[in-house]
Every structure is written in C-alpha cells, then in structure tokens.
Design a protein around this ligand. Structure first.
Ligand SMILES: NC(=O)c1ccc[n+]([C@@H]2O[C@H](COP(=O)([O-])OP(=O)(O)OC[C@H]3O[C@@H](n4cnc5c(N)ncnc54)[C@H](O)[C@@H]3O)[C@@H](O)[C@H]2O)c1
Ligand SMILES: [Fe+2]
Length: 382
C-alpha cells in the first residue's frame, strides 16, 4: 500500500536554531504578523524574534493576545490586524495556541468566510508563508496540517485540516521551552506522548509515521520526568523538543484516535488545557483500545525496555508504565481540576456526539460506539 508523508518544507532544530533560521525567513515576505501571547512578551522571547527581523530589515506587527486556547474571536481579530497592517507573512511564537491561531488567520486570509465554515472541509487555497516557533514540547503543531479552534457560540473545539496548514518553516529551539513551568511541561509532554501512541496504534499508521512515533515514545519515557523535575536541564528539554516534533510528524501522517476525540469536548465545555484532558483520559482509553492493538502496544513496551513478557502482558505493562508516568507528573483528575460531577454528567451525551463527529475515534483499531465513549467518560470519576 502506498502512503503520502508530509513535513514542513524546512525544519531547524537545536540550540541556536533561531539564528540559523534568519536567512530562511528573509525571503518569506516583507511585513510579518507575529502571533504570540503575553507570556512570550514578558519573557523577552518576542524581542529575540523582532531583533532577528530588524537585522533582516523586515517589518512586523505583533498580535500578542492569544492568552488561552484559541477561539474564533481571537482568529477574527488577528485577521483584521493582518489585513489592516498590510502584512504578507506570518510568524507564531508560543505553545500550540499561538501556532494554531496563526494557521487559522492564514486560512481566513486565503479564503472568504468564517473559520467555522471549514469544519468538515479541507482547507485548500495557498496560505501566506508561515513560520512556527514552538515554546512548549508539546503539540507538534509546527509540523501538522491541523489547527484546533473553539467555536465559542457552539461550545465545540473544531479540528480543521488541510495540507496548506503545515508551516513552511519550523524553528524548534529547545531554549524557548526552558521556562515552561512544571504543570505546562507535564501536560504538554503527555500531549506529545498521546500523539505518538495514537499515531502508532491508529488504523491509518504507516511505516514512516511508525518510525517517528516509536522514537518519540522512547525519548519521552527517558526525558519527560527529568524536564518536569529539572526545568533547566538542557539535555532533557532538547530531547523533549525533538520528541514533540517527532510525535507531531507521526500523527500528521497517520492520525490521532480515541483520546484526542474525547479530549476536545472536555476542553470545549470545561476549559481543561488540551494536554491535561488527554492525560486524564489516556490510561482508560488505552484500556478500552488495547484489544484492537495489543501487538503494537507490545512493540511500544519493548521500545521502553519491557522484555520477556507475552504480547498481552507486554501491552498491559506498557499501559501501566503510562499510568505511572502520569502519576509521577501529578496529573490532576477532573475532580481535582474543580469540575462538578453533576455538570459533567449532564453533558455526557453532547460530548460523546461531538467526539464521534470529529471522526478521530473512528481511527482507533477497536472502534468505540457512543455508549462506549460515555462509559469511558464516566470511568474518569472512578
Ligand atoms: N494543531 C495541532 O496539530 C495541535 C496538536 C495538539 C494540540 N493542539 C492545540 O494546541 C493548544 C495547546 O497548546 P499548548 O499545550 O502548547 O499550550 P498553550 O500554547 O495554550 O500554552 C499554555 C500556557 O503555557 C505558557 N507557555 C508556553 N510556553 C511557555 C514557556 N516556554 N515558558 C513559560 N510559559 C509558557 C503559555 O503562555 C500558556 O499560558 C490547544 O488549543 C490544542 O488543541 C494543536
Ligand atoms: Fe494533542
């Protein structure tokens, strides 16, 4: 069977990536819209980018209001600034939120209409050139054909896609991730792990995506806990930045599955950060999905050093290791996050429907029914 494999045009990794990237930014346009958040301004990261642009004699505008996971309103505002300032290319600096906002702004520049018009369609027109500079490890959005935007009127986190959403240039400098606080390091690290596991066990997995997924799983098991406990450990941050990129490349070329499908409704309705809602779901979803992908889970077990067990036992041991890692990273439960059980139960039906509507759960080898999804949501309450 033949498989298409897509990555950004150019990827620059490692300490000093931004400096090396300068000559590759030069020809992308004349005036950039930099999409970022207040934290990046405060940390001095924005200034690092504007210095490079100043040296290149490139002009820029800054939109630094992506201070939570992106909504249709934020995207609209960014589009207005881009148009009113006559920008002609885009740079995003931050976690997945600014990167996804940049992609959605690009989509609205290239098409008429609102961002919600693209739900269920493929975004096709050529976008302005895009540069992604991630500061979390992470979403892997710097390498993916997806953007996730909440429609605040409908209470839905929309998964929008199109090959044109893959940034032209990804600048993955681990130094930007060094300041991420432990709670962000944990949630985003588990997001990357979820991408890798879901990609590897997906119906749409392919040999090339498998290579990236397995490599990401190895790195994450070796380095995430170190990055969490020692934020200034450069080796761990460097390995996690690569792992996040690998996991992004992996699921970009296969897909995510049940965890992401079920995670988005929790984010949309209860504003749980994306990585955290994945982490809350990961073990229970894997326990559901394992019958359909035992062999693959056993291979992941082997990759992290679990030896001498049968296939079923290896798969179970891998899930156990995932659970231990989440505990070590102090991943909160829904209750600890402050969600009321009654309120959660009231929207179980909508969440299950929205999860299935996103089509991600259908990529799971053992495909869940609406009832299965409701049962898994309930199981999060013990
Ligand atoms: N497009 C994709 O392929 C894809 C994949 C996975 C997730 N996502 C989306 O990405 C978004 C989440 O992104 P995220 O998890 O990276 O979080 P985020 O961008 O929302 O950032 C989380 C918090 O961490 C802070 N932060 C980020 N980097 C920091 C740093 N280096 N130092 C200090 N603080 C820092 C931010 O200011 C913010 O307060 C969600 O909307 C999710 O749906 C997209
Ligand atoms: Fe994710």
């Amino acid at each position: 069977m033949a498989n298409l494999f897509l990555t950004p045009n150019k990827i620059i990794t490692g300490e000093g990536a931004l400096e090396l990237a300068a000559s590759h930014i030069e020809n992308l346009g004349t005036r950039a819209l930099i999409v970022t958040d207040n934290m990046m301004v405060k940390l001095g990261n924005l200034e690092k980018i504007t210095k490079v642009l100043d040296k290149l004699n490139l002009k820029y505008e800054v939109y630094s209001e992506v201070n939570s996971e992106p909504t249709n309103v934020m995207v609209e505002k960014g589009k207005e600034i881009y148009k009113n300032s006559n920008c002609d290319f885009l740079i995003s600096l931050g976690g997945g939120s600014p990167i996804d906002t940049m992609k959605a702004i690009g989509a609205l520049i290239a098409h008429e209409g609102e961002i919600s018009d693209f739900l269920g369609k493929i975004i096709e027109n050529e976008l302005p050139k895009m540069v992604a500079i991630p500061t979390t490890a992470g979403t892997g959005s710097e390498a993916t054909q997806f953007t996730i935007i909440s429609d605040i009127t409908k209470g839905v986190k929309m998964l929008l896609s199109g090959q044109v959403l893959i940034p032209n240039l990804a600048i993955v400098d681990p130094v930007f991730t060094m300041t991420a606080p432990p709670i962000v390091t944990a949630a985003t690290g588990i997001d990357a792990l979820t991408h890798a596991i879901e990609s590897y066990t997906s119906r749409k997995s392919q040999p090339m995506s498998d290579s990236f997924a397995i490599s990401a799983v190895k790195r994450i098991f070796k380095y995430l806990k170190i990055a969490y406990t020692q934020g200034d450990n450069k080796e761990a941050r460097t390995e996690m930045a690569i792992a996040s990129l690998e996991a992004g490349i992996a699921f970009n070329n296969s897909s995510v599955t049940i965890v992401h499908g079920m995670s988005r409704p929790i984010g949309a309705l209860f504003h749980v950060p994306h990585g955290l809602s994945n982490a809350m779901l990961l073990e229970n979803c894997l326990n559901f999905a394992k019958d359909g992908c035992e062999e693959k889970l056993a291979q992941l077990a082997k990759a992290i050093g679990i030896e001498n067990l049968g296939v079923k036992e290896s798969a179970e041991a891998f899930i156990k290791e995932v659970s231990i890692l989440c505990k070590d990273l102090k991943i909160m439960t829904l209750e600890e996050y402050g969600i009321e059980k009654e309120e959660f139960y009231e929207v179980l039906d909508k969440m299950a429907e929205d999860a299935l509507e996103s089509k991600s759960p259908l990529n799971t080898m053992k495909q869940p029914t609406k009832e299965d999804i409701i049962e898994i949501y309930k199981s999060l309450w013990g």
